[in-house]
Design a protein around this ligand. Structure first.
Ligand code: NAD
Length: 909
């Protein structure tokens, strides 16, 4: 069987919003509004027909053996060289064999389908087996013109062969005519276009139907034998009309892609054909036409192999990777339609020594470096001596292709002074996986996208154009992998091991699935008992969740132990250690219910609930904490409930157990602090078997566990610096719950205890929560009770003199922030305050806003270290900052200059 064996496409990432063209030029050419829908694809300044053809061909070659190719045909009407074989450049960039045929097919929009028919004939004759046919166009138009709107840039490639055919070639029919709807003189940049009506009626409207009917007659088929009709025609209405005339309704007609990218010239038949293949099922029959000086029609039947094709960008992937541009001037500059001053540096000589180009052909065009036979070290460029200092072998390098090797950003800079069509010029060091580095330009990105460690792909691009001599220089540049920058910001749990108790259903199952999807290895514990904890238990809930995780490509093991026994807790932690060697995350989630009003609450129901919730929490947390302490890292989430925090009729057992877990957290957070073990508590609201009969049905439907899990995952992450906090979460709503303590009131005196009457007289004051605050631990609470702030401070808390604690200063810091003094600032201050009431806080100032948080920031600009008393004096305006600094009371690490901003940014004193 002969046919298409693979496909690939490339549509530049940049898309010019057609309304931007109209907004800029509509005053001059109002009629262009008629076609100003959607976006047209637009080459970056360093892309042309060759670079796009290389990109589409690489996409097409995914999963294929390059050596099996017997020929490469390149079709385009915008080839950069009139006499230097353009297909030869594409072949060199792809590092293909040199003992094969390369050919340019050009001078007509139907060049690609002509090349394709030629390839089929060649394979059918038995002369060749595999031919890559690639098509690419970057057509120029004058500004404010319909064609500027209609056209787009892009490339598409098809592989013709006889093995693993995805669309069988059934035959073709061709028409050739010297029909000139438009032409481009040999020395002209722009097309000269004849009247549109004539192009529509005498051109598309005549040749496409003739070619289709010619093919029908030749193969003895009708439109009933066609599932998808593919032909380019940028006149949207006529596209539909011509298809209808041929008996193909809108469901059979492949969209002409006007809204999403525009017409990509010689590549467009392939582009639409690939879009059709991406949607096709085995057995679908596709008829593709090319138009230009006549027409070609080709007929295919899709095979089962379409489902086995390896992953690629194709048209869908290219369309998804986009950056929309509304800056029409950028378009004008990139297309060289306006003259800008490029500065003296741009006048550096640009002549290319073709001798050097030939000698270094593989290095420059194919990004081929060397790999040492002795030590296996890859390097770029290849050299006579191995770069590995421990090896240093001579003449030991074999060719090593870097183009497809995964790479990451090692260093980078944005240079506003270097000559660039799209400043800043971004360049830096790229580190290849397995070894090898290269200083490369970065393209198809903005400076903000680049981060150290960001995965990049190497892409073949224009390095520069020698306009005087008409020579384009090509080299490889680094392009951020689509979506990689966003993925780097994602909370991940790679190499982390999590235990989720009660993960066989409800909330626990969702936590486990989502942890696994983000890279965690998970122990799925579930006893599999009844809702009230009765019954023998069953392995199936845990097993099912493990199977689900594995199906999604994650790692998990099942455990069926009962959290209610100390041995059960030990076994659960052992399961994690046996399977994965560590424990980083524990979610105490297992739960049962035995609701009864208090007087009917028999001891067995009381104890059963205590055993699972409270003792279960203890049984698993204790051995887990031992492992976490060893590793110096841990994240523990307890599960409480609104019933425990606030009370709920009929749930005294459950409320007591759930609130007791808050007590467990309160102390464990203190004991775990030194080992970076953070303990927090979730109070979920979610639809599960525990709530199906207590929640109103409409609430139940809205309360998917997926709305709770984001909070739990955050609390389990490295990013979470919080400890000892409780969060209510449900239906996408989140708030913090806390035990607050009101200001203390002293009655009586050391010799005379107060009387109950005095309590009564002062009830309003004692009972008041005005000015209440959270207490870090029991000692703080006792101190706050017996050492209340003085009356003056209590009465005028807004006065800085009244500030009585470091915590209060940070609590109020955001209010004293002077946003207008922070314009354009992006800075993080870390405060490490020692002594009583001290602690760590950090302050992030960005986009004119100020955020204060307790804990240590990963990358502060400067760190301020002070004793609590000095800090209070300084913030109260009693100790000038400079005096504090010169006297050594204020120590600053990092960027000392940044610390001077503090007085500007905050109202001090
Ligand atoms: P669920 O019944 O769907 O899940 C609880 C899981 O725990 C079950 O799969 C069960 O088999 C397992 N389990 C019970 N006892 C066990 C034991 N001794 N050992 C091991 N596994 C055991 O309930 P859910 O709603 O997903 O509840 C999860 C947690 O959230 C519970 O602690 C519950 O009290 C708490 N909670 C839930 C809500 C809510 O709205 N769903 C509200 C507040 C608190």
């Amino acid at each position: 069987m002969i046919g298409i064996t693979s496909y690939g496409a490339y549509i530049p990432r940049l898309r010019l919003d057609r309304m931007a063209i109209f907004q800029a030029m509509g005053w001059f050419a109002p009629a262009i509004m008629m076609v100003a829908q959607g976006e047209r694809s637009m080459c970056n300044w360093d892309e042309d027909a060759i670079t796009m053809a290389v990109a589409a061909s690489r996409d097409c070659l995914k999963g294929m053996d390059k050596k099996s190719l017997d020929a490469l045909y390149l079709s385009s009407t915008t080839l950069p060289f009139a006499d230097r074989q353009n297909a030869g450049i594409v072949s060199a960039a792809l590092n293909l064999r040199d003992d094969f045929v390369t050919a340019d097919f050009t001078s007509s929009q139907k060049a690609a389908t002509t090349a394709l028919i030629t390839a089929f004939e060649s394979v059918l004759s038995g002369e060749k087996k595999n031919i890559l046919v690639t098509a690419s166009d970057r057509r120029e138009t004058k500004t404010a013109y319909f064609y500027e709107m209609w056209f787009g840039d892009g490339a598409a490639a098809l592989m013709v062969g006889d093995t693993d055919v995805i669309a069988e070639y059934k035959g073709s029919y061709s028409l050739s005519a010297d029909f000139v709807d438009h032409y481009r003189g040999a020395d002209k940049k722009y097309d000269y276009v004849w009247e549109e009506r004539w192009t529509r009626d005498a051109g598309y409207g005549t040749f496409i139907p003739q070619a289709v009917k010619g093919l029908f007659d030749k193969l003895g088929i009708t439109m009933n034998d066609v599932d998808k009709l593919v032909f380019p025609c940028f006149f949207k209405g006529d596209h539909v009309k011509i298809a209808r005339g041929l008996g193909a309704g809108p469901d059979k007609l492949e969209d002409n892609m006007h809204e999403v990218c525009g017409e990509t010239g010689a590549a467009h038949s392939f582009m639409m054909f690939i879009a059709a293949l991406e949607q096709a099922k085995p057995g679908d029959r596709i008829l593709m036409c090319g138009f230009g000086q006549g027409a070609n029609a080709l007929y295919f039947e899709v095979t089962e192999n379409i489902n086995r094709l390896s992953k690629r960008n194709g048209v869908a992937g290219s369309l998804a990777n986009k950056k929309s541009i509304a800056n029409y001037h950028k378009w004008l500059k990139f297309r060289d339609l306006i003259k800008t001053e490029m500065g003296i540096r741009a006048e550096a000589p640009t002549q290319t020594a073709t001798t050097v180009l030939w000698r270094k052909n593989k290095m420059i065009l194919a990004l081929v470096g060397g790999k040492c036979r002795e030590c296996g070290t890859p390097q770029f460029p290849k050299s006579d001596i191995c770069v590995n200092p421990g090896c240093g072998a001579f003449y030991s390098q074999d060719d090593y292709e870097f183009a497809d090797v995964p790479a990451k950003v090692k260093t980078f800079t944005g240079d506003m002074l270097a000559v660039s069509v799209d400043p800043p010029a971004i360049y830096g060091m790229v580190q290849f996986e397995g070894g090898g580095r290269l200083v490369a330009d970065f393209t198809d990105c903005e400076l903000d996208d680049i981060k150290v460690g960001l995965p990049v792909n190497m892409e073949f691009k224009c390095k520069g154009v020698d306009k005087e001599r008409g020579f384009v220089n090509y080299f490889w540049k680094a392009v951020p992998e689509p979506g990689a920058a966003a993925a780097m910001d994602k909370i991940r749990f790679d190499d982390r091991v999590a235990i989720v108790t009660g993960a066989g259903a409800g909330l626990g199952r969702v936590y486990a699935l989502e942890l696994a999807q983000r890279g965690a290895k998970v122990v799925i514990n579930d006893l599999g008992g009844a809702r009230d904890g009765s019954g023998e238990g069953s392995a199936s809930p845990a097993d099912q969740v493990v199977a689900e995780i594995k199906k999604l490509g994650g790692e998990a093991v099942a455990n069926y132990d009962n959290v209610a026994t100390p041995q059960g807790g030990e076994n659960i932690v052992k399961a994690a250690l046996d399977a994965f060697g560590r424990v980083d995350i524990l979610i105490n989630n297992a739960g049962i219910l035995r609701d009864k009003s208090f007087l009917k609450m028999e001891p067995e129901n009381w104890h059963a609930v205590m055993d699972v919730h409270l003792n279960g929490g203890y049984n698993v947390t204790r051995p887990a904490t031992a492992v976490m302490k060893e590793n110096g890292y841990g994240r523990i989430v307890m599960t409480t409930s609104a019933a425990g925090l606030y009370g709920n009729f009929g749930q005294t057992n459950y409320s007591a157990a759930k609130m007791a877990l808050v007590g467990l957290m309160n102390t464990l957070k203190l004991e775990g602090k030194k080992y970076d073990i953070k303990v927090n508590t979730i109070a979920p609201i979610a639809a599960s078997r525990l709530t199906e009969d207590v929640m109103p049905p409409d609430l139940f439907d809205k309360s998917k566990p997926e709305f709770v899990s984001p909070m739990v995952l955050y609390l389990c992450s490295e990013r979470c610096k919080e400890t000892g906090a409780i969060f209510n979460s449900g239906m996408g709503y989140f708030n913090r719950a806390a035990v607050l303590t009101g200001p203390s009131t002293q009655l009586g005196d050391p010799e005379n205890p107060p009387t109950p009457e005095q309590i009564h007289e002062n009830w309003q004051k004692i009972n008041s929560l005005a000015g209440a605050r959270e207490m870090e631990d029991a000692n703080t609470a006792i101190l706050a009770l017996i050492m209340p702030p003085d009356e003056k401070a209590a009465k005028a808390p807004e006065s800085p003199d009244a500030v009585c604690s470091v915590q209060a200063i940070f609590d109020g810091m955001a209010q004293s922030f002077k946003a207008d003094a922070a314009a354009g600032l992006d800075v993080v201050f870390q405060f490490n305050i020692s002594g009583e009431g001290g602690g760590s806080w950090y302050c992030v100032i960005k986009d004119g806003r100020c955020g204060i948080d307790a804990g240590a920031h990963e990358k502060p600009a400067c760190t301020i270290k002070m004793a609590a008393g000095d800090f209070l004096a300084m913030m109260g305006g009693k100790l000038p900052a400079m005096q504090a600094f010169t006297s050594g009371k204020l120590k600053i690490e990092g960027d000392v200059m940044k610390s001077q901003l503090l007085e500007k940014l905050f109202k001090i004193g």
